[in-house]
Structures are given as structure tokens and as C-alpha cells.
Design a protein. Sequence first.
Length: 82
Amino acid sequence: MPLLGLPWLVKIGIVAGLVAGLYGGYQLWRYNVWKSGWNDALVAVEKQNEQARATATGVRTKLRECEDRKGTWNVSTGECDP
């Protein structure tokens, strides 16, 4: 094996380089897995935001209709009392 004839300092450098390369590759893989999870979480939060926005818009519309009919909005039931 040609590495056996190299000085010990060179051998240590080669091993350190290999270890650093493997560690860097692992960290890159780990970051990409984390990033994909982060992106999935953002998509899920955006869906929840859209649902909450639609619900709030619907309730706001009902509230305005109640006010237009001169009714009283019942907070506990979420409905308009005449």
C-alpha cells in the first residue's frame, strides 16, 4: 500500500481530511433533512392560516349581517339574536 511509505504527519493529514469530509457530508445531509421538515411545517402553517382566515371572514360576515338587521350578536353561541 503506497500510504505506508508516507511520513506519519501526512498520514494524519489524510485521515483528518477524510474525517472532515465525512463529517461535512453528514452535516449537509442533516441540514437538508432539517430544511425539508422546516418547509413542510411552513406549508402546514399556511394551510392553517388559510382555514383560520376563511373562518374569521365567515364570522365577520355573519356579524355584519346581524348588525345590519339591528340584531344582537350572542358571543357565547356565535349567532345573531333578533
